[in-house]
Design a protein around this ligand. Structure first.
Ligand code: NDP
Length: 251
């Protein structure tokens, strides 16, 4: 049921952090994973590490905020692998500022990276998946898809948007046998959070105190949900938003 042998998965921002954790899970389940990111060196190292473990992996350089690069990315996936079964929209960024201090350039950068990129990639994937008889889309939201935070107006807006966007495509594309779901990670130890963890006084302690699991998540904690939502085990699940947060959202 969880076997992904013969499936091709594209993971944006798959060259590090949560994206690589999910890509590794998909590769362990048998999928060929294509990692898309801007940093070719980082992607190359991730591919080498996966191939060293006899996993099928490949990388394509792409800035997912750019429409023409996204179009080229999907063309290249089809050229190299002839199909696309699974899309993980994971590329993301943040800016920690109160809303009244946000510049329009910062607003646009975060919205483009976190939300518009998902629209561009889903739109490109839809035709390919429909032609292939179906597909699985996994969009990465956040606890801040649900909660508010004083320093996260644009990040929260982008991640709240991910959940609503996911519901809409789930309804629009259900007849094409495409299931789309969002995953809402809690506090995960990655490059994205490492700066805040070091710089924001008390953050580490607050996360540990509020997370029932009593620890930060690891990128590998996202591997299981990726495999589940990419596999036939989740064929009757669409339009949901699933927290993977050690219980953070229930406290
Ligand atoms: P990282 O900063 O470790 O990884 C982000 C990835 O996105 C990098 O691989 C980066 O690769 C890629 N990326 C960024 N901008 C672009 C772009 N324009 N085009 C292509 N790739 C891009 O962050 P995380 O792993 O922590 O985050 C992954 C996702 O999970 C994000 O969407 C984030 O919002 C979300 N998330 C993270 C949480 C956490 O606690 N860490 C909690 C909740 C959600 P490159 O630089 O090569 O482009």
């Amino acid at each position: 049921m969880f076997d992904l042998t013969g499936k091709v998965a594209l993971v944006t921002g798959g060259n590090g952090g949560i994206g690589l954790g999910m890509a590794t899970g998909l590769a362990e389940a048998g999928a060929t994973v294509v990692l898309a990111g801007r940093n070719a060196v980082k992607s190359g190292a991730a591919v080498t590490a996966l191939r060293a473990r006899d996993r099928l992996a490949d990388s394509i350089e792409c800035d997912v905020t750019r429409e023409s690069e996204v179009a080229a990315l999907f063309q290249e996936v089809m050229l190299r692998h002839l199909r696309l079964d699974i899309l993980v929209n994971n590329a993301g960024t943040t800016v920690r500022k109160p809303p009244h201090e946000l510049g329009l350039d910062e607003w646009n950068r975060v919205m483009d990276t976190n939300l518009t990129s998902a629209f561009l990639c889903c739109r490109a994937a839809h035709a390919l998946m429909k032609e292939g008889g179906g597909g699985k889309i996994i969009n990465i939201g956040s606890m801040l898809s649900i909660f508010g935070a004083p320093y996260a107006a644009v990040y929260g807006a982008s991640k709240g948007g991910i959940v609503q966007f996911t519901k809409s495509i789930a309804t629009a594309w259900a007849a094409d046998n495409i299931q789309a779901n969002a995953v809402l990670p809690g506090w995960i130890d990655t490059e994205l959070t490492r700066g805040a963890r070091a710089q924001v006084p008390g953050l580490n302690e607050r996360v540990l105190a509020r997370t029932p699991a009593g620890r930060w998540g690891a990128a590998s904690d996202l591997a299981g949900i990726a495999v589940f939502l990419a596999s036939s085990a989740s064929d009757f699940i669409t339009g949901t938003a699933i927290p993977v947060d050690g219980g953070y959202s229930i406290t």
